[in-house]
Design a protein around this ligand. Structure first.
Ligand SMILES: C[S@@+](CC[C@H](N)C(=O)[O-])C[C@H]1O[C@@H](n2cnc3c(N)ncnc32)[C@H](O)[C@@H]1O
Length: 418
C-alpha cells in the first residue's frame, strides 16, 4: 500500500520578512489559507503555499526564503470555521467564473465519505455538461476545497454477488485507505471493496456479544467487518472467515494482521456454499443481503452437532408503512406465536432473559418462518429434532423505502441429547 503524503509545501523565511512574504504570496494568490503560519527549525516562519500552484512559484530574490514541507500542517482559523460544503461551492464558483449558474450550484455534491486523505464522493452531482470541460482542474479544486489529497467517486454497488463498488479514482494513485471503527483498524481499497458505515450499530452489537472461547464461522466475511469485532472485542477463540472476492480477501488478511489476530483466524478463500467444514461452530454469521438463505444449509452443517449454537441471519425484510412500531416479546419459541404473529407465551427460560424492543409483525413473521426452515434443515441433516429460539431481531438500518435490514439471532440446539 502506498503511504499518502499529507504534508503541504511552504516558504520558510526569517520572522522579519514574514509579513512581506505573506503579502507577496497573497497578491500572487499562492498562499494556502487553509493552514496556519508555522514555526520551523532555525527560528524561521513557514508560510503554506498552494500545492497545485507550485509550478507558478518563483522565490523572491529580495526576500530570502526556501521551500520546505510542513509534515503536520495546522488548519487555519478560517478553515476551521468554514463548512466544507461551502468551501467546495465557493472554490468551484471561482474556478468557473462567468460560466457559474444555478444549475451547476444544484449539481455540487453535498455528501461524501472521508477516509483519511481520500474523499469518496457520492454518485449524485457533477452530472452537468460544463463540468467535463474543466478536465483535471475540476478534481484538483474539489480535493483542495475538501482538504483531500485523493478523490474518488461512487457509482452503484454492482449486482455481481461480490458487492463490488463501482468506484472511480479521480485523483491519486491508489484507493487504499485505513479507518478505525470501535478500536479496530480496517484497511481496504475503496475502488475494490465496499464499506458500509450503516452497519456500525451491528458491528457494535457483535462486539458486545459474549463469545469467549467460542468458534465462529463467518460465511460472508468481506474485509472482516464482523469477523474482527468477534475476535478483538467479543473474545471468540477462533474464526473461520469465508470470502470469495479476491480483493476483499486481500484486505481481510491485512486487517487480521493489523489487529494482531491472524493466528486466531483461518481464511477460506472461495464459495462458502462449498465450505468443507462441519461440526465446528458455536456461532455462525450470515451477513449477506438481500438474503443469506443460500447459506442456511452450510450454516446448519457447520454448527456443533452435539451442542448447537447461535446463527446471526441477515435479511432484507419488506415492511409495510406502519403508523408505529409494535412492542413485543423477543425471546421465546416461535411455536409460541399467537395468531397476529406476536410471541405471547413465556420464554423457554421462564422469561428471565426476555428483552423488549420495537419490532413489527412482518419482522416477527419472517423470524418465525426462518426459524421453522432452519429447524427443518437441522432435523433433516442430523435425523433428529432440534429446538430453535428467537433470541433477538435487530433492525440494522432502513435499506430502501419500506425495506429493513434485519438480523435474527437464532439459538439452535438438539432437542434431545445425542
Ligand atoms: C454484504 S458483504 C458483507 C461483508 C460484511 N459482512 C459487511 O457487512 O460489511 C457480503 C460479502 O459476501 C461475499 N460473498 C457473497 N456470496 C458469497 C459466497 N457464496 N461465498 C463467499 N463469499 C460470498 C461478497 O463478496 C461480500 O464481500
Amino acid at each position: 500500500m502506498e503511504a499518502a503524503d499529507a504534508s503541504v509545501p511552504a516558504l520558510a523565511t526569517e520572522p522579519r520578512f514574514a509579513q512581506r512574504l505573506r503579502q507577496r504570496l497573497e497578491a500572487e494568490r499562492l498562499l494556502d489559507r487553509r493552514y496556519r503560519l508555522q514555526e520551523v527549525p532555525g527560528g524561521r516562519v513557514a508560510l503554506p503555499v498552494l500545492e497545485e500552484e507550485l509550478g507558478r512559484l518563483r522565490l523572491p530574490r529580495e526576500l530570502p526564503c526556501g521551500l520546505v514541507r510542513l509534515q503536520e500542517p495546522a488548519p487555519s482559523r478560517a478553515a476551521r470555521r468554514r463548512p466544507p460544503a461551502r468551501e467546495l461551492r465557493d472554490q468551484l464558483r471561482r474556478l468557473l467564473g462567468e460560466s457559474w449558474s444555478e444549475e451547476l450550484e444544484r449539481d455540487v455534491p453535498r455528501a461524501w465519505q472521508r477516509h483519511g486523505d481520500l474523499v469518496l464522493l457520492s454518485e449524485d452531482g457533477f452530472g452537468a455538461a460544463p463540468w467535463e470541460k474543466l478536465g483535471p482542474a475540476l478534481w484538483e479544486t474539489v480535493a483542495s476545497a475538501l482538504g483531500a489529497r485523493r478523490l474518488a467517486r461512487r457509482g452503484r454497488v454492482l449486482p455481481d454477488g461480490m458487492r463490488s463498488p463501482s468506484v472511480t479514482l479521480l485523483l491519486g494513485r491508489d484507493g487504499w485507505v485505513e479507518r478505525v471503527d470501535n478500536g479496530i483498524r480496517y484497511t481496504f481499497d475503496v475502488t475494490k471493496c465496499m464499506f458500509s458505515p450503516g452497519n456500525i450499530t451491528e458491528k457494535l452489537r457483535v462486539a458486545s456479544l459474549p463469545c469467549s472461547g467460542e468458534v465462529l464461522v463467518d460465511l460472508y466475511a468481506g474485509i472482516g467487518y464482523f469477523t474482527l469485532p468477534y475476535l478483538v472485542h467479543a473474545a471468540a477463540a477462533f474464526a473461520h472467515a469465508c470470502e470469495w472476492n479476491d480483493h476483499a480477501v486481500e484486505a481481510l488478511r491485512r486487517n487480521l494482521v493489523l489487529n494482531g489476530v491472524q493466528d486466531r483466524c483461518r481464511v477460506h478463500h472461495g464459495d462458502s456454499r462449498q465450505l468443507e467444514l462441519c461440526d465446528v461452530a458455536d456461532r455462525v454469521n450470515l451477513g449477506l443481503l438481500p438474503s443469506s438463505e443460500e447459506g442456511w444449509p452450510v450454516a446448519c452443517r457447520v454448527l456443533k452437532k452435539a451442542t448447537g449454537g447461535v446463527l446471526h441471519i441477515h435479511h432484507n425484510v419488506e415492511t409495510l408503512p406502519a403508523p408505529a412500531p409494535v412492542l413485543r416479546a423477543e425471546r421465546g419459541s416461535p411455536e409460541a406465536a399467537g395468531s397476529d404473529g406476536e410471541a405471547q407465551h413465556p420464554t423457554e427460560d421462564g422469561g428471565k432473559a426476555t428483552r423488549r424492543a420495537g419490532t413489527r409483525p412482518e419482522w416477527q413473521r419472517w423470524a418465525e418462518a426462518t426459524a421453522a426452515r432452519i429447524r427443518g434443515l437441522l432435523a433433516e441433516l442430523h435425523g433428529r429434532p432440534w429446538r430453535t429460539s428467537i433470541l433477538h431481531v435487530e433492525a440494522v438500518k432502513s435499506y430502501a423505502p419500506h425495506v429493513h435490514h434485519l438480523v435474527l439471532d437464532l439459538e439452535c440446539r438438539p432437542a434431545l441429547p445425542a
